[in-house]
Design a protein around this ligand. Structure first.
Ligand code: SF4
Length: 87
């Protein structure tokens, strides 16, 4: 259980965060598409792969999930694939 001082500190931090989001100083990661995330994190291999698949599938998650291009070098690393299902 939080004491009043900690709860007030948390609420203040949340209010500051929301103000920064509102002003555009902070862009929430969930608001970005995979290409934007890759640009924001240029050293992330995970985001690079997601961005490539996102571009290849014209932004359609379902197309990435159902991708049948097994000779693509990113095939085994693509996002949104169904685990345990061999395509
Ligand atoms: S794994 Fe499929 S969706 Fe991803 S880049 Fe290769 S062909 Fe495109």
């Amino acid at each position: 259980m939080l004491d009043e001082k900690s709860a007030a500190k948390g609420l203040t931090a949340l209010a500051e965060y929301r103000e920064k989001v509102k002003s555009g100083e902070i862009i929430p990661t969930k608001a970005l598409n995979p290409e934007e995330k890759a640009k924001a994190n240029p050293t992330s291999m995970k985001y690079a792969i997601r961005a490539k698949c996102w571009d290849c599938a014209c932004g359609q998650k379902e197309e990435i999930k159902l991708c049948t291009i097994t000779d693509c070098s990113l095939y085994n690393f693509r996002p949104y694939k169904m685990s345990g299902v061999v395509v």
